[in-house]
Structure formats: C-alpha cells, structure tokens
Design a protein around this ligand. Sequence first.
Ligand code: C2E
Ligand code: CA
Ligand code: CA
Ligand code: CA
Length: 278
Amino acid sequence: AKDAGGNRYELADPDSEARAIDRHSLTNRLPAALERDEFFLEYQPLIRMSDGQVDGAEALVRWRHPVHGRLGPDRFIPLAEHTGLIVPLGRWVLEQAVAQTCTWAGGQPLRVNVNLSPRQLHHPDLVPDTIAVLEAAGVAPSSLCLEVTESALIGADEDELKPLWQLAEIGVDIALDDFGTGYSNLANLRKLPATTLKLDRSFTQGLQRHPADPVDLTFVEGIVSLAHALGLAVTVEGVETESQADQLRDLGCDTAQGWYYARPSSPGEFARDWATAG
Ligand code: C2E
Ligand code: CA
Ligand code: CA
Ligand code: CA
C-alpha cells in the first residue's frame, strides 16, 4: 500500500461509498416522499435596504426524512433534478408557497420568491402550471418572483427563454440567482427577461474581510450600476453582519437577505415575526 496513489484511497474511501449508497436510497425514496408529504417549506425574509422593511420571502424546501431526519435541499434537489422528480416537486413548492404566503399580511399579499430548476424551466407545463397556481390562489402575478440560476440560462437559445418571457409579460418577476458565479456575458443581460439580479453570497463574504476585498467592492459597485442602468433591481444574499449590510446599502443594493436579518423559518414563525410587522 506504500506506493498507492491518491486514487486508491479515493476508491476505497468508505465515506464516499456510503455517500453513493445514500444517494441511491435517497433517490429511490423521492417519489414516496412527495406522496407522503415529507417535504416542507421554510421562508426567509427579503429586506428592503432603504427602510429595513420586509419586501417578500424566499421559499426554501426541506425534507423530513423518516430515517435521516431533516435534510437540506443541497442533499436532494440535485437528485430530483437528475431523475425528473423536480418537476412535480417544483410544482408542489410553487403551489405551497403561493397558497401559504397569500394569507399573510392581510390585504396586501407578501411577495414570494420560488426557486426554479433547469429541468422545470424546460418543461412544457411551466407556463400553464404557473398561471393555474396563481389563479387558484387568486394571487396577482406580480406577487410571484421566480428565481433562475444564471448558469441555467447560459447558452439558452430564444426558444428556451420563451416560457420565461411569457411569464414576465403577464407580470411575474424573474430573478437571476447566484449572479456573478456563472461567467455570463454581461451584454446578454439585456436579452434575458430578468427583473432582478441576486448577487451570489461569495461577494457578500468578500466584504466581510478587513479591509474589504477591493475586487469584490469594485465588482458589486459595477454590477449595481449596470443593473440599475438596465432597469434591474439588485438583491444581495448571505448578509450575516451589520457591516456587510451597511456596505451593501452604501453600494446601492436594493434588497438583502441573510442571517443578519433572519434565518429561514417555518410558515407559522415567519407569519408571526414578519408578515404582520410594520
Ligand atoms: P439559494 O437559492 O441560493 O438559496 C439561498 C441559500 O442560502 C439557502 O440555503 C439559505 O438558507 C442560505 N442562506 C440564507 N442566508 C444566509 C446567510 O446569511 N449565510 C449563509 N451562509 N447562508 C444563507 P438552503 O435553504 O440550504 O438552499 C440551498 C439551495 O437549494 C438554494 O440556494 C437553491 O438553489 C436550492 N433550493 C432550495 N429550495 C429549492 C426549491 O424549492 N427548488 C429548487 N429547484 N431549488 C431549491
Ligand atoms: Ca434562490
Ligand atoms: Ca442564490
Ligand atoms: Ca446558492
């Protein structure tokens, strides 16, 4: 074993083997989990930086697994995306999120952000399903924001973008999630139906250093002015400290999300803490 290379260790790594088995069994369990209502949503507030008021909520899915307990989306969304179960799961998330948030903040419904995976984006039912969900709940399209990752849109041709344009035309907001990580051509921004850029958490982290990473500062400053010139709003993710919040507000960011304001919480907690405030 003395002369064994790095690969040998990797092949025999019991952890990675366990993870592979785990992935397999989690994948197999996904359809039953949907049927048995093992998924649930948490909500994290989006805060308007100008006045600190809540401006909406992002719905984040979790899985209450009968054996493994609570699992975060990073553990199962990629699996669901791979098998295609993300389509019914994503529809369930949309339905739940719209139905839950429209009962909050009496009268004026809270805006809700829902994540869309690439597979949903390319599914022919996206537009009719979304319209049906909004109509069933009696919610205006402008109360919904669909978050699509920048990388899911890279290389998408006109036909592939059509459903998003259709949704944008009826008033649904489209946010480019994890923005700044996908090496997209900034000139292409004009050709996307986006109304909001969500700056990836990595830039927020760069501002936490002392002194703040000058490249991140310059980048955020540049993105904000480009976004505003194009009529897009900027949301920042992963704000964990007051100093980050102050810097990002000074840099002109419109909306913020992060642990500094609130961790994701159950619908009941969210409604109590945020929906009736102000
Ligand atoms: P995302 O869309 O970028 O969501 C933001 C993630 O950052 C969430 O992780 C949130 O809990 C976390 N976060 C929020 N504030 C902070 C902070 O201040 N610091 C740090 N370190 N993290 C913060 P979560 O809930 O684990 O979700 C992970 C990813 O899973 C999401 O990233 C999204 O891509 C995906 N996801 C979640 N729900 C859904 C869903 O319903 N459908 C789809 N397709 N994907 C989903
Ligand atoms: Ca998101
Ligand atoms: Ca994000
Ligand atoms: Ca992310």
